[in-house]
Write a protein that binds this ligand. Structure first.
Ligand SMILES: CC(C)(COP(=O)(O)OP(=O)(O)OC[C@H]1O[C@@H](n2cnc3c(N)ncnc32)[C@H](O)[C@@H]1OP(=O)(O)O)[C@@H](O)C(=O)NCCC(=O)NCCS
Length: 348
């Protein structure tokens, strides 16, 4: 049976959460705290939420479900609705988080029941645009096969590198830099390529391609102008990476833009041991160039930004499938396969 959490279940849910985080850490995920008081606080919060929820599976943009077996809670899952982009026709995203079935009750169908109910609740809540339900799963997690069996397919991949590791040499003649307003046209063209790439594999989380016209170029130039001004005003924007993602480009020796990406830094909050992680995303390369030669300076520049921002690792997110040139280049410049995003949609 799958239902919303009820008052009195805070402690058992916090224990499930702890099991999940420790499993992830064992698989090489970010370290979680061993502070027992943190889990007591979590149990109290879950208890309060269960009272407020009053048996409702969906509140605001948050779905929370538990699976029961012979009257006992044996698993749980959350779904968080997100809207990416600005186009009102873009699919609504529901992110699957904290899915776990306790070790002794696995293989009995609880995980499938949780995801199927989550899908139904999300479909019922979704009026208007399409829906895409996504989960991010570590490459080494056996749950990848579980997701495949319940109808999810990979749409994006992520590689990770520690920042303490030796830097990849860059003798390619390509140079990475912060994007400038003059880069608006090549960025718009690369952006269209990225959008097509995502949609071709069923990743409908983001906006459709926009027409490359004066309005789009004006928007991009304005954004890049703001970025250039804050960079001139001091290095703070780069060092802290606290504002919007920084847009980067790679230019060849003649100044032609042949790659683009964005970098941002996030903080790992409780229950994780506090740390900063940098993410290089939206990576798109001119397909006519050697992917590794163009990616190496981009990653080198991103590493510099990440180190200045105090990050411990750099993740290369939103990569295409493992056999693609970009994915291969990411591995060649030092990223290790880290996670994949799997997706399910009720619409074909
Ligand atoms: C992933 C997890 C939630 C699956 O829950 P579960 O209750 O064991 O899964 P189910 O019994 O509903 O299995 C559904 C299907 O997936 C398959 N499956 C489940 N776990 C599997 C595994 N580790 N390897 C291969 N197949 C698996 C089942 O055989 C079943 O296939 P079928 O319906 O075609 O016969 C559970 O293993 C778990 O809690 N893992 C640890 C936490 C975790 O990894 N969470 C996901 C984080 S992204």
């Amino acid at each position: 049976m799958v239902r919303a959490p009820l008052p009195g279940e805070g402690t058992v849910l916090a224990a499930l959460w702890r099991e999940l985080w420790e499993l992830h850490e064992g698989w090489g995920g970010y370290a979680s705290t061993r502070d027992a008081s943190m889990y007591e606080a979590l149990a109290h919060r879950l208890e309060r939420e269960a009272h407020m929820r009053g048996g409702l599976q969906l509140i605001g943009r948050h779905i929370h479900l538990v699976a029961c077996f012979r009257g006992q809670v044996v698993g749980q899952v959350e779904g968080w609705f997100e809207r990416h982009g600005t186009d009102p026709t873009t699919a609504l995203t529901c992110e699957v988080r904290s899915l776990i079935v306790s070790a002794s009750k696995r293989g009995l169908g609880a995980g499938r029941a949780l995801l199927e109910t989550l899908g139904r609740v999300a479909v019922d809540a979704c009026v208007g645009p399409r829906l895409i339900v996504v989960a991010e799963v570590l490459e080494v997690n056996p749950a990848r096969e579980f997701y495949r069996r319940v109808g999810y397919a990979p749409v994006a991949f992520c590689g990770r590198m520690e920042l303490g590791e030796a830097r990849v040499g860059d003798r390619s003649g390509f140079r990475a830099a912060l994007a400038e307003p003059r880069d608006a046209l090549p960025l718009a063209l690369l952006e269209a390529q990225l959008t097509e790439r995502r949609r071709a594999v069923g990743d409908f989380r983001f906006d459709r391609p926009r027409a490359v016209d004066a309005t789009l170029l004006g928007d991009i130039a304005l954004r890049l102008g703001r970025q250039a001004r804050s960079a001139q005003a001091g290095i703070a924007g780069v060092a802290g990476l606290t504002g919007p993602p920084l847009e980067l480009v790679v230019r060849d020796a003649g100044g032609t833009v042949c790659a683009a990406a964005t970098i941002t830094v996030g903080t790992l909050d409780s229950p994780f041991v506090p740390a900063r992680r940098a993410m290089l995303g939206r990576i798109v390369l001119d397909p006519a160039r050697c992917a590794e030669a163009v990616l190496a300076p981009l990653v080198g520049f991103a590493r510099g930004c990440a180190l200045m921002a105090g990050a411990v690792s750099l993740e290369l997110t939103d990569l295409p499938a493992p056999r693609s040139a970009l994915h291969q280049a990411a591995l060649a410049v030092g990223a290790r396969p880290w996670t994949q995003v799997v997706a399910w949609s009720p619409w074909p």
